[in-house]
Design a protein. Structure first.
Lengths: 310, 432
């Protein structure tokens, strides 16, 4: 069971809560028929930032649990008319959904929103801060492929400084006993990366041969400005995984990517589509962990019962 | 065929090894084979002997700040003519700045310069890659790619990087490749249209002043960014006493900052401009007497690490103009040694410090293996007669350009021979 009525950040939840959500997701994957925990309920997707795949994933998760979806996107909403985040949230709440899923470009806004409403809030990504369901699906995928994350060596490559995926992944993997290292151009690493409890290098070759799991982050063209990376070509040359570098990767290792891939930048096609890639498994597992999170927040007692005994 | 020769009887000085003694250097197959007391090296028949009695035998000199102008400005200088001037001035390695046309801001231009140097250069040429694309100060250039093609430092030299965010990111990014950012430290918005040091002299001459604060601000800013990024910063042609205070404090703090000074900033003052001779027009401008004295002291103490010529050739058409219209720059490759050797003779600069600032200190900045006479290293050697009197003239000038204020000046101390990789590339007035 979750201690709080929200899922805002991996940093806020403990190991037992993580285990509970992952156990539920696994059970949902194996169940012959999934109970319709969200039957008659509505999940409001409040997306202040463009996202097709995360929103679709939440939408499918909701529908698989029998719920209906209210999609509220910033581009078509009253936000453009100057309504504040809190006013928008209260208006949505007045329509009586069971839960709000929020994505926002400003770090911390899911917390502001959660404080303003009395229904559960799920963070679907806030600025550079956190993306908890992404971290959950990453761990779910790693455990599915490698059994456990305990003591596994995880290498996260790319824009660590401006990535909510990196932060949530680092928090979650460390919580579960993995050894995390990060690599990327110095312009894209946070100041003093070691303070996050990770080792770091600017040279991919320093870690590539030791990693059990490689997470290649998307180079955010939309956020990127050209004062941080000269060109995508140079990024690919030093920090992309091509067929040549893939030879350094140890046997049995897997490659994750939160998507969407810039082919030829973070991963060359032969790597993205190659045997080490588990990228499409991540997408499939994303629906499961989101179902687990929504059920745990909207029907806490019933879901806990089912996870335990069902 | 193994080529061997011996340089006999010279005063061998190599600060990198803390060596200073009279003896012989044996060169074999392009490398330093032995350094010995006189007579210790057996002289077999056919062994070529270079007599260096009364001469100084030094590691080949290194200049980290040269404008070779190729590609794009071949009318000012080419890699061929510039490196001829370099070896005539005693230099065996030089770093060339990126403000060419096209700008050296991509791996292919760096490769082009290296290839051109391989074909036509008399000395080793190490390109400096641009920090920003087109020196526009807007986007990072492909620093990693240029390093991969042989660039040894990164700089927008000639144009200050006014955007602090870009400078910060450049310093950060360069850490991945271990190279220093060379800083042309002038706040160009404060320089404005200034053409000489701002002082009573600029007022009297009626020329617009460039205040010392323009350098002080930039040096202070970039030291702050050096502290923030823990990256390597090198301040080019430092010229003011207050900027030196910033530098000293940064060094005492342990920051990865180094600095160079040009021979003209060590030996000339703003007062030279009184005849509106554009050969004295440089950026940063010639400063006050007090600045010159402070720079000398800082160089002697090692706060300034390096002497660099800032060889900046311009055609007559760009210099024979009204003072405020003329281009900035002085050619300096052939006058760096005699000008700064004068400071050694006047006991302003210790001999060892002088050589260090022209050999191992610049080698360290560029991360190159030269600048020492260590056994087994490449035989890059400069032989100097510290006493010979000579007069610099257009006839002796090897640069394609003539923008020197030193023609007609009589010096004491002359480069007698320059050897690169065991090959004599300059000998007594002749570039081989």
């Amino acid at each position: 069971m979750l201690m709080k009525n929200n899922l805002l950040a991996i940093e806020d939840i403990n190991k037992e809560e993580v285990r509970y959500l992952l156990k539920g997701a696994k059970k949902l994957a194996q169940a012959k028929s999934v109970p319709l925990f969200l039957n008659g309920k509505t999940v409001a997707n409040l997306f202040f930032e463009n996202s097709t795949r995360t929103r679709s994933s939440f939408e499918i998760a909701t529908r698989k649990l029998g719920g209906s979806v209210l999609n509220f996107t910033a581009t078509t909403s009253s936000v453009q008319k100057g309504e504040s985040l809190i006013d928008t949230a209260r208006n949505i709440e007045a329509m009586q959904p069971s839960c709000i899923v929020v994505r926002h470009a400003s770090a911390g806004s899911p917390k502001v929103l959660a404080d303003a409403v009395n229904i559960p809030v799920v963070n679907a990504g806030d600025g550079f801060h956190e993306h908890p369901t992404q971290a959950l699906l990453d761990v779910f995928t790693i455990e599915e492929k490698l059994g456990s994350v305990l003591k596994k060596k995880i290498l996260i490559i790319g824009d660590i400084a401006h990535s909510r995926v990196a932060r949530s992944d680092i928090h979650l993997l460390k919580k579960l006993g993995a050894q995390v290292s990060v690599c990327g151009p110095p312009t894209l690493l946070p100041p003093e990366p070691e303070s996050l409890g990770v080792s770091y290098s600017y040279r991919l070759e320093d870690f590539l041969n030791m990693a059990d799991v490689i997470v290649a982050l998307r180079i955010q063209l939309e956020r990127q400005n050209k004062m941080q990376i000269p060109t995508l070509n140079e990024y690919a040359k030093f920090w992309g995984i091509n067929a040549e570098r893939a030879k350094l990767i140890k046997k049995g290792a897997i490659i994750l990517h939160p998507g969407p891939i810039n082919r030829g930048v973070e991963l060359q096609s032969e790597v993205a589509d190659g045997p080490l890639s588990v990228i499409l498994d991540q997408v499939a597992n994303g629906v499961l962990v989101r179902m687990s999170a929504l059920a745990a927040l909207c029907m806490p007692k019933e879901y806990e019962e089912w996870v335990k005994y069902g | 065929m193994i080529e061997r020769f011996i340089i006999r009887g010279g005063k061998i000085i190599d600060p990198a090894q803390d060596i200073d003694f009279t003896g012989d250097v044996l060169v074999e197959d392009g490398k330093i084979k032995a350094l010995e007391k006189p007579g210790k090296i057996p002289v077999s028949r056919g062994l070529k002997i270079i007599d260096a009695k009364k001469f100084w035998v030094l590691p080949g000199l290194i200049d980290v700040h040269v404008h070779l102008r190729e590609p794009g400005f071949e009318y000012k200088e080419t890699i061929e003519t510039g490196t001829k001037a370099a070896v005539a001035g005693g230099f065996t390695s030089i770093a060339c700045m990126a403000n060419t046309l096209p700008v050296n801001d991509s791996p292919s231009i760096t490769a082009y310069i290296r290839e051109k140097a391989r074909q036509s250069a008399s000395c080793r040429v190490f390109p400096v890659g641009a920090l920003s694309k087109g020196l526009k100060g807007e986007e990072l250039a492909e620093i990693g790619g240029m390093i991969g093609e042989g660039a040894k430092a990164i700089s927008d030299d000639g144009i200050p990087v006014m955007n602090s965010y870009l400078m910060r990111k450049g310093l950060d990014y360069a850490k991945a490749f271990g190279v220093a950012i060379i800083d042309h430290a002038e706040d160009s918005s404060l320089v404005g249209q200034g053409v000489m040091n701002e002082s009573i002299f600029s007022t009297e001459l009626g020329l617009r002043g460039n205040p010392q604060a323009s350098e002080e601000i930039m040096v202070a800013r970039d030291i702050a960014l050096c502290r923030l990024t823990k990256s390597r910063l090198h301040i080019a042609h430092i010229s003011t006493a207050v900027a030196l205070e910033h530098l000293k404090r940064a060094k005492d703090e342990g920051l990865l900052v180094t600095a160079e000074v040009s021979p003209h900033h060590l030996t000339l003052t703003e007062e030279e401009i009184r005849n509106y001779d554009t050969n004295f027009k440089v950026a940063p401008p010639l400063r006050s007497k007090k600045d010159v004295l402070t720079l000398r002291k800082a160089l002697a103490h090692g706060y300034i690490d390096i002497i660099a010529s800032d060889h900046a050739p311009h055609s007559v058409n760009e210099k024979a103009l009204e003072f405020d219209q003329a281009a900035n720059g002085i050619i300096g490759l052939q006058t760096t040694v005699p000008l700064t050797l004068g400071l050694v003779r006047e006991k302003i600069l210790p001999l060892k410090r002088w050589i260090e600032s022209l050999t191992i200190a610049p080698a360290k900045l560029l991360g190159i293996e030269y600048g020492t006479l260590k056994k087994g290293s490449q035989a890059d050697i400069t032989i100097i007669d510290p006493n010979e009197q000579w007069t610099f003239s257009e006839a002796l000038n090897r640069s394609k350009s003539k923008n020197s204020p030193f023609f007609g000046r009589t010096f004491r101390g002359k480069v007698k021979m320059t050897i690169m990789g065991g090959r004599i590339v300059f000998e007594d007035g002749i570039v081989n």
